[in-house]
Design a protein around this ligand. Structure first.
Ligand code: F0G
Length: 459
């Protein structure tokens, strides 16, 4: 008999979590203005709001913390981190930052100007924010197939080469670079194939434009290339990652995801001009160039985390857990972005809460219902997160409206996945009775989902 699959680690330290009553949760979510970002984490039972900075570090990472060099300039921790990044990516220049959006801020301060257009595949919200905040346009060139949640294709995060080529043909002079997000978070943690990265590179070369990877989940992307793309089964994750980065000029990284640290990020590039152009902004916004917003100890832990999480076993354990949750949802017929993504399951709220009008934000409504049901915190990746159109100020209802259930790395067991699946099933079973959604009481102009205040519609 074939042995069943099990985790590639064992548990050395635990953190208690607490259940609550529905009555308590009704009070807490009301106090939080029906916005899960405003809940106290202690009032959450299973926290799937993000996989960012919420992973469990390994014993080797904790050991590395103790050896952190906290020197202001020239710390050994920086050189350790730089060595690992250069080895994995081939990028010679490294600027540490305190997290991914800080890397965006530093690099885009140099590269993005008013009136620019930055084409890419579903820019993440902070990436979009850093582009739009500079009065430039984030142009989404994701393949149309990504919008059909029930379509099962292996690389649903891909850039549509036709859309990209059209953008370049029409606006080349306004385009500072092309950005490819690996994996494509907003489209459901969906990977981008090596073939597609090669196509993007060819188009970029034709128009002499650089390519930037938003690399928050690059290791998960490499895992999908290994397991889904022809010709990669026998390559190691590290070999695949290197081949991916060979197709880019540089990367921004939120190390809180595939670096498995609680805080950290960086820019890495092979272009001296990018490094020279961005480094002053690092000093201005983040800190001196050999720490840029990170502690020495955190750079040490990140160096180990990057090395560990570009090993197959670690990634297999993770992706199989996300797949496990997906299989449980399949049993109950709950629709989600198929196939299961790398870091999360994205439930298709518009197919669940069919009676809630889009103006009342179905995915946000489902997020609140799931919290009320069992204290599980997911988050909306949908119409609220999409913000208003910067020109017309209308809500943007053109994209998907999803409830994202992130799975933190090395944190929960499959028993927790079972609780999530059954809680969602209970909401799913009473979906016909849910006819009203949420109404906005107050919202910020940009990145409104973090601070939006809501109330139940019509009440
Ligand atoms: N790029 C992608 C693809 C991301 O998913 C994120 C963050 C960032 C950039 C920004 O990085 O948080 O370190 O500043 N995503 C988190 C999430 C917050 O929940 O998906 P950061």
């Amino acid at each position: 008999m074939e042995l069943p699959f099990a985790e590639s680690w064992k548990i050395k330290m635990v953190e208690p979590i607490r259940k609550s009553t529905r009555e308590e949760r009704e009070r807490w979510i009301k106090e939080a203005n029906y916005n899960v970002f405003q809940l106290k984490a202690e009032n959450v039972y299973i926290d799937c709001i993000t996989d960012s900075g919420t992973g469990a570090m390994s014993d080797r990472q904790w050991a590395a913390l103790m050896l952190g060099d906290e020197s202001y300039a020239g710390a050994t921790s920086f050189f350790k981190l730089k060595e690992v990044i250069t080895r994995l990516t081939g990028f010679e220049y490294v600027i540490p930052t305190h997290q991914g959006r800080a890397a965006e801020n530093v690099l885009f301060s140099y590269l993005v100007h008013e009136g620019d257009i930055v084409p890419g595949n579903s820019h993440f919200d902070t990436t979009k924010g850093h582009i739009e905040g500079r009065h430039a346009t984030a142009l989404d060139c994701t393949i149309d197939e990504a919008k059909d949640t029930q379509l099962e294709i292996p690389f649903k995060g891909n850039v549509d080469p036709k859309k990209l080529e059209k953008a370049l043909a029409e606006h080349a002079d306004k385009i500072p670079f092309i950005i490819v997000t690996i994996t494509n978070n907003t489209a459901g943690g969906q990977p981008v194939s090596m073939q597609n990265l090669r196509e993007v590179r060819a188009i970029a070369d034709k128009y002499k434009k650089p390519v930037l990877f938003d690399s928050a989940r690059f290791a998960e992307n490499a895992y999908f290339i290994k397991t889904r793309e022809k010709g990669y089964a026998d390559k190691t994750i590290k070999e695949i990652a290197r081949e991916m980065f060979d197709l880019a000029d540089g990367m921004t990284m939120s190390a809180k995801k595939d670096g498995i640290v609680n805080m950290g990020g960086f820019i890495a590039t092979r272009r001296e001009d990018w490094y020279e152009g961005a480094k002053g902004y690092c000093i201005q916004y983040e800190g001196y160039l050999t720490y840029g917003g990170m502690n020495g100890r955190d750079m040490n832990a990140l160096a180990v985390g990057l090395d560990e999480n570009t090993e197959f076993d670690n990634l297999e354990t993770r992706i199989k857990q996300v797949e496990y949750l997906a299989k449980r949802l399949d049993e109950f017929g709950i629709p989600y972005q198929r196939p299961a993504g790398g870091h999360a399951i994205f439930v298709d709220a518009s197919k669940v809460l069919t009676h809630v009008p889009k103006e009342e934000f179905p995915a946000q409504t489902l997020t609140v219902e799931l919290y009320l049901e069992a204290g599980i915190r997911g988050c909306e990746i949908g119409y609220i997160l999409a913000d208003r159109d910067p020109v017309t100020r209308e809500n943007r209802f053109g994209g998907l409206d999803l409830l994202r259930l992130c799975v933190p790395r090395r944190v929960y067991t499959n028993n927790h996945m079972d609780v999530i699946a059954v809680a969602l099933k209970n909401v799913f079973d009473r979906r016909e009775q849910i006819t009203r959604g949420m109404e906005i009481v107050w919202e910020a102009e940009l990145l409104r989902h973090f601070t939006v205040k809501l109330k139940p519609a019509g009440k």
